[in-house]
Write a protein of this length. Structure first.
Ligand SMILES: Cc1ncc(COP(=O)(O)O)c(C=O)c1O
Length: 404
């Protein structure tokens, strides 16, 4: 019998593909990295002291689901951020080591089982945060990709999915504000997703890690939409973290909030195989969720960079000025070719859009929603961002779309 590893169909991770593309090339001049979505603004001032203050508690096993104090801080934050009733720290919330492991493990806990050899479906936007695919495969589900195109303001149109597929759907992954396009779902959009979820009995995993990085109106989240529209709380799960909000991706601290039954199932799995947050991390997280000043400061820096991007690219046809998040999703012709030439000729490292999509090239009429794009992470200082964006614009001007 031929044996196959469970994850053999996973493509190489985008950054390893990027290394394969670029690492053999010696770039010209000083290098600037816009490829990884790793916040580079400063760590909040209260972090170091709080970690040190609690190091003597490292000889304790931490609470599996987060301490009561941490869950209370998160509950208060959610209530104030989304004008909802505070979720119960005991039943509606759980701390996570960042949202990535949370989304992955919650998928294992909540995805339906294969019944009569019919695989459950997990709906995934395309392009997408790569964890969603691995989670679907780990749960032995069929990932079904739904394109997020300029024609839909980069929000996937889930209403186009066939009834047959919706009947098999167990989880719908949604990311708002979205990585990579910075698209934000409004109440009407949430309404149609929540209606679908109730009609077909699936859950929505709402990845909201970019919720605090926005330029205009505060993005609404799934908990707020669900409460406003009186939907069944068991259909909605919100994932968030301190990684982008507080520039703390290295802390590994996030949470999931959802219906009591969903959270109970995730907690059950976590009791067996989860890694709880170290106590000093939980203590810092309490301070971070309770403070908005550092978040506002952070947001202001990103807003400056959106303005820079607008000033540099506003004359480029089809430029998508993001509403939120910290990426530019630029239409450039052949994204991989431009990435290569930007690195070789200008030392600017970005990510080809096609590395973030599912590319079923054998599908009839398949139109890769990432092929034409590059993703630029606006994570560097305002000064470095200015230099890098100008180089991208020069390169685009020198090589208009058809020649790239
Ligand atoms: C869309 C999206 N979701 C989730 C994550 C994971 O973030 P973390 O695990 O640090 O919370 C990222 C990180 O880049 C992301 O871009």
């Amino acid at each position: 019998m031929i044996q196959q590893e469970r994850f053999c169909s996973l493509p190489d991770y985008p950054f390893s593909r990027l290394r394969n593309l670029l690492d053999k090339v010696k770039p010209l001049g000083e290098t600037l990295d816009f490829s990884i979505g790793e916040p580079k603004h400063s760590v909040p001032s209260f972090v170091a002291g709080e970690i040190v203050k609690h190091t003597n508690q490292l000889n304790n096993y931490p609470a599996n689901f987060g301490s009561k104090k941490l869950l209370e801080a998160i509950s208060l934050w959610l209530a104030s951020r989304y004008s909802i009733n505070p979720p119960s720290p005991d039943t509606d919330l759980m701390a996570l080591n960042g949202s990535r492991e949370g989304i992955f493990n919650a998928t294992l806990a909540l995805c339906n089982k294969n019944i009569d050899a019919v695989k459950p479906v997990i709906l995934i936007p395309n392009p997408f945060y790569q964890c969603y695919l691995a989670a679907a495969l780990a749960a032995d589900a069929e990932p079904v990709f739904v394109p997020a195109m300029p024609s839909n303001s980069f929000l996937p149109d889930f209403s186009k999915i066939s009834k047959k597929t919706l009947n098999r759907t167990s989880i719908l992954m949604m990311c708002s504000p979205s990585n990579p396009q910075g698209a934000v779902a409004d109440l009407n959009y949430w309404k149609s997703l929540l209606n679908l979820a109730e009609l077909y009995g699936f859950k929505i995993f709402s990845d909201e890690v970019y919720s605090e990085i926005y330029r205009g109106i505060k993005p609404i989240g799934i908990l707020q939409a669900s409460a406003k529209l009186f939907h069944d709380p068991e259909k909605s799960l919100s994932f968030n973290s301190l990684s982008k909000r507080s520039n703390l991706p290295g802390l590994r601290s996030g949470f999931v909030c959802g219906g009591q039954r969903s959270i109970k199932s995730i907690k059950k799995l976590r009791s067996y195989g989860g890694a709880p947050l170290p106590i000093p991390v939980q203590e810092v997280s309490i301070l971070a969720w309770s403070d908005e000043k550092h978040v506002e400061k952070n947001r202001k820096l990103y807003r400056k960079k959106y303005e820079l991007a607008d000033s540099v690219f506003k004359h480029f046809e089809g430029y998508n000025s993001p509403n939120a998040g910290f990426f530019l999703w630029l239409r450039v012709g052949n994204g991989e070719k431009l990435t290569y030439s930007l690195w070789k000729n200008h030392g600017v490292r970005c990510l080809p859009g096609a590395y973030l999509t599912n590319q079923k090239k054998n599908t009839k009429n398949f139109n890769d929603p990432g092929f034409d794009f590059i993703r630029i992470a606006l994570v560097n200082s305002v000064e470095k961002t200015m230099v890098g964006l100008k180089k991208v614009a020069e390169s685009l001007q020198a090589h208009p779309e058809k020649e790239i």
